[in-house]
Structures are given as structure tokens and as C-alpha cells.
Design a protein around this ligand. Structure first.
Ligand code: UD1
Length: 369
């Protein structure tokens, strides 16, 4: 049983589902959509483009406080797990749906497989960090995509035997859809010259706790747009916050757009001179694509993108945005290629691990002390 509910987790799940479909004699699967994300452009567009198939069950949890979202997932998923009795519940990433699903599974004793386990920012003020820690602590299978995840998990008392270094399923999706992304030719569709524009995404929770910060960011983006066209597809919450003050900034050189689908967004990123973001997954996609990434956060749970990839942590100071055009021009550093095992085959390694190790006769084991 897969449990998904938000935009980035469709990309992390789709290739694993595809891999299971190749082995019908061994596996049956079903998909539960929590409904944490529900807008067409935050959910259905990804289900369609990634050919995940319609969810078998929809929990309709919708928006709310973190506690409300997590509680609704637990309450609505638990009877379903009891009824369906899956051999394993697979959850990707670090969002509230992931934690709710892990807690529901743990309460009824169903083994959990965590895709993207072991990432740590060491900043417990981020809701995603506490989600990761708890989900990992409850999981039977810890599927990791970079070496430091293993040491993070072992430091927290996880059993070495539960950790499987499989690679990055989000990159599996990127590799599988590369030709379709190119065929869309998103830069041309948006009348953008390749290599001349900056893509921006911002939606971390602190922006909404400190709305003045978002206004400062947008005013700095307006300043650098003299130098570099800025394309800013906005999360619905960012869009709502910007509506109060930002529409006057929406020009031909600073384009405030609605959220984009997967193929269009990755097409725009592939043609960009650089990306400015506070997202997690985009740090990985830019590293894989070799596109300079500037992360507006004080820390990252994905240090491999800084050490091996194209990611530079800017912190939260709005003035750092002013440096981005010159940082792009100066950036000559060689990337060392994609991190190990970001090769398009992470999902087949996950499925092979399950084929070898998922034994319904064995009592479920949680892997951390
Ligand atoms: C969630 C994840 C975050 C992830 C992001 C991806 C948590 C704690 N956070 O943040 O890690 O990077 O998804 O996008 O789970 N909204 C809509 N339409 C939707 C969904 C949300 O308008 O389809 C608006 C609502 O006002 C909602 C707000 O966005 O209250 C926040 O949504 P929520 O799912 O709570 O968190 P995200 O900010 O999307």
C-alpha cells in the first residue's frame, strides 16, 4: 500500500509503482491519496503526467494545522489498513501525510517502508525534520539515497540491516520522462531564451509566519530582474500571500505564474541559468541536471547537493538574492556528475529488496532502538 498526498511525493512514488507493475506475479499494490494537496495543479496533473493511476482510496484530509492533518490521516487510514491488511505500507518523503501514514501503520503493526529515509537538516524547528525522525524510527525498511543518511540513521539507533542504499526515485522519474520533458519545450512556450532566466520557487512555512520577509524577497527579485528574467511559479499559499502586495511586481521580466505541472516545470528548470528555491526536491533535480541552485534556507537536509552538486546555501537574508546574477556568471565549479546511484534504477532496487526481504510470515519489526 502506497500512501501519498502532496505534490513532491507523486514523483517519488510513480517509478516504484511502474516497477511493481512489471512484476504482476509477485506483487499487487494499491494507492491511497490522503488529499493533503487537492487543487488540480497540485495533485491531479501529476497523477496524469506520471501515469500513477487513479488512487484506490481517497482520504480527503485537506488543509488544516499540522496536527489536524496528521490526526485526520491516522484516523482515516487506520481502518483501511486493518481492512486491506497490506504486507507493507510504503511512504515517501517528509510531509504530514507521510507521518500520519507511518503512525497509522505502526499502531496496527504493519511494516513501513520509508522512501528517502535518513535525511536530516538538524533543525527541529522545521516540521519536515520531526516528520522524518519519527517516520524513520517507526520503519522496517529504510530506503536511502545518499551515504550520510546511513550515518544519520545509525546515530539514531536504527538497525544497519534495515538500511538499503537504493538511490533516488525522484531522479528515476526525471530520467524516465526526460524525452517527454524536452518534447514539451517549455522555455519556448513561455517565450524564454534558454540560459538567460532564473526560476524561483518559495513556499516554506516561515514565509507565512513572517509575511514581511516574502515582500522583501519579491522586491529583491524585482531588482535583479533588470539583469536576469525571473520566472516564479507559485504554490497556492505563496500566490495568496503575494496577492496582497505583489501584483504590481508582475512584469515581463518578473513573471508571477500559477503552479506548473511536472513536465512544464522540469522543462523550464532544464533551460534556466539558475534556480532560487527553498524546496528540498529541487535541490536534487538541479544537482542532477547541472543547473546552479541557490537555496534560500539556513540549512539543508540534502548536503550531498552542496558537496557534489550545484547547490549553494544562501541563508535567509533577502540581500543575498542581489548576488545571484553574479554568482551565476562566476560559477565555474565542475560538478562531479550525479551522486552515486542516482541512475534511474532506485525503484527497481526497492522492489528487488521487497521481493527478497518482505516476508508476511515474519512478525513486523521496527528497526530503531
Ligand atoms: C507541504 C509539505 C512541504 C512540501 C510541500 C510541497 C508538510 C509539513 N509540508 O507544504 O514539506 O514541501 O507540501 O508543496 O507536510 N493549499 C492549496 N491547495 C492545495 C494544497 C494546499 O491552496 O492543493 C494551500 C492551503 O492554503 C493550505 C496551504 O496551501 O493550507 C498549505 O498546504 P499544506 O499541505 O499544509 O502544506 P504545504 O505548504 O503545501
Amino acid at each position: 500500500m502506497f500512501v501519498v498526498g502532496t505534490r513532491p511525493n507523486f514523483m517519488k512514488t510513480a517509478p516504484v509503482i511502474r516497477e511493481l507493475r512489471r512484476r504482476p506475479a509477485e506483487f499487487e499494490h494499491l494507492l491511497v491519496h490522503t488529499g493533503q494537496h487537492y487543487d488540480e495543479e497540485m495533485s491531479q496533473v501529476f497523477i496524469d503526467e506520471l501515469a500513477i493511476g487513479d488512487p484506490d482510496y481517497s482520504l480527503g484530509v485537506g488543509s488544516g494545522s499540522h496536527a489536524q492533518q496528521i490526526a485526520r490521516v491516522i484516523e482515516r487510514l487506520e481502518p483501511l489498513i486493518v481492512d486491506v491488511d497490506p504486507d507493507v505500507v510504503l511512504v515517501p518523503g517528509d510531509v504530514n501525510s507521510t507521518l500520519g501514514a507511518a503512525l497509522a501503520s505502526a499502531t496496527v503493526g504493519t511494516p513501513i517502508g520509508h522512501i528517502e529515509a535518513g535525511l536530516r537538516s538538524f533543525d527541529r524547528t522545521l516540521p519536515e525534520e520531526t516528520n522524518r525522525i519519527v517516520v524513520d524510527a517507526l520503519s522496517r525498511f529504510l530506503f536511502i539515497h545518499s551515504p550520510e543518511a546511513r550515518s544519520n540513521l545509525i546515530a539514531e539507533g536504527c538497525n544497519e540491516g534495515a538500511i538499503h542504499y537504493v538511490g533516488n526515485t525522484m531522479i528515476d522519474t526525471l530520467i524516465a520522462l526526460k524525452e517527454r520533458i524536452e518534447a514539451v519545450d517549455a522555455p519556448a512556450r513561455h517565450d524564454l531564451d534558454r540560459g538567460t532566466y532564473l526560476v524561483v520557487t518559495l513556499h516554506r512555512h516561515w514565509l507565512f509566519e513572517r509575511p514581511a520577509l516574502l515582500a522583501e524577497y519579491v522586491s529583491r527579485l524585482a531588482r535583479i530582474s533588470d539583469d536576469l528574467v525571473v520566472v516564479f511559479p507559485m504554490h497556492p499559499r505563496t500566490e495568496a500571500a503575494i496577492d496582497g502586495f505583489g501584483r504590481r511586481f508582475d512584469t515581463k521580466r518578473l513573471r508571477l505564474l500559477a503552479p506548473l505541472g511536472y513536465l512544464e516545470f522540469l522543462g523550464i528548470v532544464s533551460g534556466a541559468a539558475g534556480v532560487l528555491t527553498d524546496s528540498g526536491g529541487i535541490q536534487e533535480e538541479t544537482t542532477f541536471l547541472g543547473i546552479p541552485c541557490f537555496t534560500l534556507r539556513p540549512n539543508t537536509e540534502r548536503p550531498i547537493t552542496v558537496e557534489m552538486g550545484t547547490n549553494i546555501l544562501l541563508g535567509l537574508d533577502p540581500d543575498r538574492i542581489i548576488e545571484v546574477p553574479s554568482l551565476i556568471r562566476e560559477q565555474k565549479r565542475e560538478t562531479k556528475g550525479a551522486p552515486p546511484l542516482w541512475d534511474g534504477n532506485a525503484s527497481s532496487r526497492i522492489v528487488e529488496t521487497l521481493a527478497l526481504e518482505l516476508d508476511p510470515a515474519k512478525s513486523p519489526a521496527i528497526s530503531c532502538k
